[in-house]
Structure formats: C-alpha cells, structure tokens
Design a protein around this ligand. Structure first.
Ligand code: ADP
Length: 641
C-alpha cells in the first residue's frame, strides 16, 4: 500500500530544455576535470550551512536542537554511491523545482548558443557560466537528492531523482534531519572515486578552506575484511579539512594555491582568477577583504540585474550575497568576500542602504581595489592589459557613475590612439600627455562607431600631417565618457570633430594667413553651397583640417556629437535635430572644380554629393541613399561620355 501511494505521489517533470542541453555539454566538456563535482557540491552545502546560520540569528528554532553545522561525506563501494550530506538550510518542494530543475538566469539561451562543441573552448565558457549542482552528472549515472527545509515538519521532506536524461521525479518523503543529502550513483567507469584516500585528497585540494567541518568516517585499518559485517560499533567521524575561514588566516600562511581554490569555491568558476587582494583594514571600521578579479568576464556581465559578486560576512557569519551597497556597479565583476567586525549581525538589505558604516566600508573597499589596479598597471603591465581588455568597458562606466573617483579612474583608462594606430587599447592619458608636442595644450580625440571609422576619419588628417597624437574612441560608452571626463591633469579633452579647428599654438601663422586669403577667393562658393543644401547644414566654411578629403562634417562645440546622436536614435530615443557644419578643403581639386562650376544643376549635384560623402565617411546614414546614387551615376556617365 505504501508503495502504491509512493508511486502515486511521485511526479515526473521534464527539465527545462536549457538544462538538458547544458547537462549534455557540461558532461562532455568537463570530462577531463571530473573531480570538480565534489567541490561544487561541497560549495553548495557550505552555502546552505551559511544560510541556515544567518536565518537562525533571528529564529533559533531552525537549529532543531542540532546547532553544529557540518558536512558529511560517505561512500559505499558495493552500492557504488557517494553521499554528500549537510545539515544546512535545505529546500522545500518549490525551491527544489526552481533551483534544481530550471536555470533561471537570463541569457542562458544565448550562452548555450555560444558553445561550439570544441571541448577546450566550451570548458572555458562553462567556467564563465558557473558549474554547480549539475556537475554531479559528470560522474553519476543518476542522482538522488533528499532535502528538508529547516523549520518544516519531518514529513515535508522532498526527494528528487534524475538520470540527467531530460526528466526528473519528485515526491514528498519523510526526512528526520533537516538539510540536504545528495546520493550520487556512480557510473561504472567512475568507480575510482569510491576510495577513501581519493576523496580525502580531493577535499583537501579543493575545499580545505571551507569554513564548515567536512567529516568522513575514520577508516579502521585494524578491522579485517570479514569482520566488517558483524561490526556494531558506531562509526568514528573525523574532520578532513582545515575548516577555518581562509580570509581570517594570516596572509603569510596562505599558499597561492589556496587562494586560487577558494576563488573557485566561491565563484563556481572553473578557471583560476586573474589576481586577488587580501587586506585587513583597521581604523574607524574594521573589516577584511578577500577580493578576486576573474580571468574572464562572467557571461552575465552585461545583464543589468546580473549577480553582484561580493558576499558580506559579519564576524565570519555569512549575511548575504550580491550586496550591491558594498560595491559600485562598475566593479560588479569583482568576486569575493567582505567580512565586517562592526556591522550588526541582524543587518538587513534595508539597513544596508544609506548606512554610514556601510558607506565607509564601500569607500575603503573601492579605494583598495583602485590601489590593486594601479599596482598592476605599474608592476604587472601584462596582467593589467588583460584586465583592461576584459573589464575596461565596465570600468569606463565608472567615470560616468562615480564622480568622486573620476580622477582615479581616469588614470586607469586605456585607449587606442594614432600613436600605434592599432585597435589595442593600451595608451593611458598619462602616456598621451607625456608625448604631447611642446606647444600642445589639449588632449585630442575622435569618436566613431567602429575602430576603422575612427582611424580613417577625415578629421584626423591635419593631426596626422603634424604628427599630433589623437585618441581613437570607438566603444559606445566613450561618448558618455568624454562628456564626463572633460580634463586630465589640467589638460582639457577636445574632440577633433567639434567646433572650429583649434590647434592653439600648434598652428602656424602662415597657415592662418593662407586660409584667410582663401576665404576671400571662396566666399561666393560657400554661399552657393549653403543655398544649395539649404536647411541640411547650419553653415558652410573652409577648413585646413583636411589634407586628402574634399569635405567633412563637424558639430558645433556645444551640440551633441553625431556618434552620440546615432547611438541614441538607434536606442529609440528622440534626439533634438542639430544641424552640422560642412567644411570644405580649399586645396582639393573637387572643391576648386565646384568653385568654377557654372552649370547650376551640376553644381547642386556636386554640392549634395560632397555632403553625402562626408556623412558616409564618418559612418553616418544618408537620408536618401538612392538620391545619392542617382547623382553619382549621372556624374560618372558625364565623365564617360
Ligand atoms: P548555484 O550554486 O550557482 O546557484 P547550483 O545549480 O549549484 O547553482 O544550485 C542551484 C541552487 O540550488 C542553489 O543556488 C541553492 O539555492 C540550491 N541548492 C543547491 N544545493 C543545495 C544544498 N545542498 N542545500 C540547499 N540548497 C541547495
């Protein structure tokens, strides 16, 4: 009868399609690192103990008279099982379904699409995604998870079972002890893990620093094989790991390897971190930081609601993860822990906001992170290069969002420039200033929507001729960046595509005189072109910023840049129409020819073509592309005949 009702109560659910796909890929690509399943399950169990301790701060009954939080790992050679049990927070049925049967993270589908089938590449990508519970299926042909949430009645346990083949069953069961027990039924080819020594060495290697004791049964070597069955004595448990929070130990006692393993433990990353920072701050506020910069961007770096990576502890008690108040958004890629000695243990998310103590910790932490970055830039330029490549775009957001640290951030910024003329962003503002011409007063930059468009911008012609370096900005965020960063060490930043060409003392008198003279010669032309183009342009004037191109468009000093206007338009925002200024190169044969053109029709066509090609040249879009083509073909035909 009991079996009948069991069967009746067992529900079968299908995995979310993404889960099945992920499982398949994970098993395939992590095969050569299969022992990580244990680290992942231990991490989850340790988190569960953390969560229980936190909830029990306000509700001690959750301990159910069993306050010693620990993990127990056993194996059974005959049954071919490994069991990982914790007396942590546990899960109720809804939690099991949503945590274990689905992947709720946005961007999962895109992530799966990016997988290639190439084992090494995919392993990296899966590392960025985070491995977690599903790694059990790397070694297990089926997994049984039995859990009961702390505080629920013992008949409210839940059993979840799956062979990782697209579906799972779930049923309500009796579970005396709160917490979670995971039984891995090992596939035959993985029976190597059914070994005391092997399991202990994996635990020491990966999970030594887990704060909770990880217990295993003490092997009794005196016991003979045949005595085993009759043995009545209860097993003797012993702690396998150090079981002390890594960050509380002295830096000098911690091996690099331990730092790395701890990173993998807290981040579920599969790769080593790029670098880390471990400091204890003492002063008005006492707290310890153990922070890491990952090697690769987490897959949800651009997800506005993506996880923040820092966990908050108070006097070694885990309080919460993703504490946004402790780390600015532009440092969201940092992983690690902040352990405060002064915050109250019962601190809630609400209290975190606008709390002066939290504010002080955040300020100190950000300062330390900047210190780390500056140090890297100076002493380990290659590491910094990698950091900038991966997270530079995010750091640029900081200039816009964090006024108080703008100057510090400005020192970290790296750009492409005409100095190397490559797309690599490696020039700091300090480098630039160091290379400025003796009479140069400003830091020049050009913004465009792509690197080639920036590099080949006609606005650069005079700068290239004179050997003046220009920063080539082609990340979208750069437009906002230059709006917020208007100067560096007293030198203002100047767009080469805005306002009149202002080279200050770099301009020689002859050039100025030459232009003034030409203005007389071309006065009539400028008026004619303006008349022909009408309201399309604000003004038509001569320039000597061009050496090769006949014409270019510039914006008024205080108008929105063309790149910015295009970005906003694309994002569906209405942009105030700001007319551009058409500048003509008086030295260019086309402009000279236009000046001598007497046929009104041809003059109009040529004037429009000059405007349209200036627009195309800066990566802009024409209002009337077929019109442009028609005019161009007309001219080509005239040429041919
Ligand atoms: P992640 O740990 O990256 O969130 P997992 O797939 O490993 O992803 O786990 C999903 C969720 O399932 C966890 O966030 C947690 O809420 C829950 N979970 C996993 N293992 C346990 C456990 N031993 N005890 C309680 N909850 C757990």
């Amino acid at each position: 009868m009991a079996i009948m009702s069991d069967v009746e109560h067992k529900e079968t659910h299908a995995f979310q399609t993404e889960v099945t796909q992920l499982l398949h890929l994970m098993i395939h690509s992590l095969y050569s690192n299969k022992e990580i399943f244990l680290r992942e399950l231990i991490s989850n169990a340790s988190d569960a103990a953390d969560k229980l301790r936190f909830e029990a701060l306000s509700n001690a009954a959750l301990y159910e008279n069993d306050p010693n939080l620990e993990l127990r790992i056993t194996f059974d050679k005959d049954a071919k099982t490994i069991t990982i049990a914790d007396n942590g927070i546990g899960m109720n049925k809804e939690e099991v379904i949503s945590n274990i049967g689905t992947i709720a993270r946005s961007g999962t589908r895109e992530f799966l699409k990016s997988l290639t089938g190439d084992q090494a590449k995919d392993a990296h990508l899966i590392g960025q995604f985070g491995v977690g519970f599903y790694s059990s299926f790397i070694v297990a042909s089926s997994v049984t998870l039995t859990t009961r949430r702390a505080g629920l009645a013992r008949d409210q346990g839940v059993r979840w079972e799956s062979s990782g083949d697209g579906q799972y069953t779930i049923e309500t069961v009796d579970k005396e002890k709160r917490g979670t027990e995971i039984v891995l039924h090992l596939a035959d080819e993985h029976s190597e893990f059914l070994d005391d020594w092997r399991l202990r060495s994996i635990i020491r290697k990966f999970s030594d620093h887990v704060s909770w004791p990880i217990l295993m049964i003490k092997p009794d070597y005196s016991k003979k094989e045949e005595d085993k069955e009759t043995e009545e004595k209860p097993p003797e448990w012993e702690t396998v790991n150090k079981a002390s929070a890594l960050w509380t130990r002295n830096k000098s006692d911690i091996k690099d390897e331990e730092y790395k393993e701890f990173y993998k433990h807290i981040s579920h990353d599969f790769e080593e971190p790029l670098t880390h920072l471990h400091v204890r701050l003492e002063g008005k506020q006492e707290y310890t930081l153990l922070l890491y910069v990952p090697k690769r961007a987490p897959f949800d770096l651009w997800d506005r609601d993506g996880k923040h990576g820092v966990k908050l502890y108070v006097r070694r008690v885990f309080i919460m993860e993703g504490a946004k108040e402790l780390m600015p958004r532009y440092l969201r890629f940092i992983r690690g822990i902040i352990d405060s000695s002064d915050l109250p243990l019962n601190i809630s998310r609400e209290i975190l906001q606008n709390n002066p103590m939290v504010e002080a910790i955040r300020k100190g932490t950000v300062g330390k992170v900047f210190g780390l970055f500056e140090d890297l830039a100076e002493k380990e330029p290659d590491t910094f290069k990698q950091l900038w490549k991966t997270f530079g775009l995010v750091l640029k957001e900081g200039v816009i969002e964090d006024f108080s640290n703008k100057d510090k951030l400005a020192k970290l910024l790296r750009f492409a420039s005409t100095h190397a003329d490559t797309a690599d962003q490696e020039v700091s503002l300090k480098d630039y200033v160091g290379r400025m011409k003796p009479d140069q007063e400003k830091i020049y930059y050009v913004t465009a929507e792509s690197f080639p468009a920036a590099k080949n911008s006609p606005h650069l012609e005079i700068f290239r001729k004179k050997g003046i370096e220009v920063l080539l900005l082609s990340d979208r965020v750069d437009e906002w960046l230059v709006n917020h960063l208007t100067e560096f060490e007293g030198k203002s930043l100047q767009s080469v595509a805005k306002g009149g060409l202002d080279l200050g003392k770099l301009e020689n008198e002859e050039e100025k005189k030459d232009l003034e003279k030409k203005e007389g010669d071309f006065k009539g032309l400028l008026e004619r072109v303006k008349k022909s183009l009408g309201e399309t342009v604000k003004e038509v004037r001569l320039t000597h910023r061009l050496t090769d191109s006949p014409a270019c468009l510039v914006s008024d000093e205080h108008d929105m840049s063309a790149t910015m206007a295009r970005i906003l338009k694309e994002a569906g925002q209405s942009v105030p129409a700001s007319m551009r200024i058409l500048e003509l190169n008086p030295g260019h044969p086309l402009v000279v020819r236009l000046n001598n053109e007497t046929n009104e029709d041809r003059f109009n066509d040529l004037a429009h073509i000059l405007y349209d090609q200036s627009m195309l040249g800066e990566g802009g879009q024409l209002d009337d592309p077929p019109g442009f083509i028609r005019k161009l073909n007309k001219l080509l035909l005239e040429m041919a005949s």
